[in-house]
Design a protein around this ligand. Sequence first.
Ligand SMILES: [Zn+2]
Length: 255
Amino acid sequence: MRKILIRFDDICPTMNFEEFDKAIDLMDELDIKPLIGVIPKCEDDILKIDAPKRDFWEYVRNLEKKGYTIAMHGYKHVYDSNKHGMANASNRSEFAGHSFAVQYMKVKKGKEILETKGIHTSIFFAPSHSYDKTTLKVLSKCGFKYISDGMSRVPIERYGIVCIPCRTGGIPVMKRDGDYTAVFHAHEWGMDSKNSSYEEFEQFCRTNKMEICTFDIFCKQKVSKKIWDKIDERIYVIFQCRIRPILSKIKHKIV
Ligand SMILES: [Zn+2]
């Protein structure tokens, strides 16, 4: 049996609403309820596409009423650390590498902003999948329960946070069985520099609609207590993020 979660990142007042609203129309038609990552106080210039939406928070609350699940996606979505996280490759992060005090301030303020807008969530995922052990400890202290992130094969618990794996930043390669998170960024559709499009999203949803479920169902996966699954994640991260890029460079030189 296979279960698929649809995840949309980078929901903020200045995102590309034309593209995201197209996705909403399709998901309405197919009765798909995604997990959406809302940035509490977006200051990322790349995401300043539309003029700030005046009724943005009402828009988000209406999506929640429709059955969408809301996650907190970072704080300002600004990379101010050059450390890589525990489960990603890039050396840019809003969280990894920062002290407990700095990360606590960001998570606490982000959560407060959402709550003043009437949005209560226990789910988090960081920009660029970049978080470290301190992030997880901070999230636990701030009352979060889940992150939609990590490279493990199955959900594992770290520092009181259930890490529901998200092994790719886009459409996953899927076997017949298993649980998969498919990640989409509507503002990237149609960008020459990005290899993604609305058509690809539509095809994925239509092909797999019977297996797409809500976060409430998706998070019911058994959480592994086995130490091996944590070690297995470390090995996978080292291979994907450290060894594979080196092998790929060598291959390019030879060819
Ligand atoms: Zn993001």
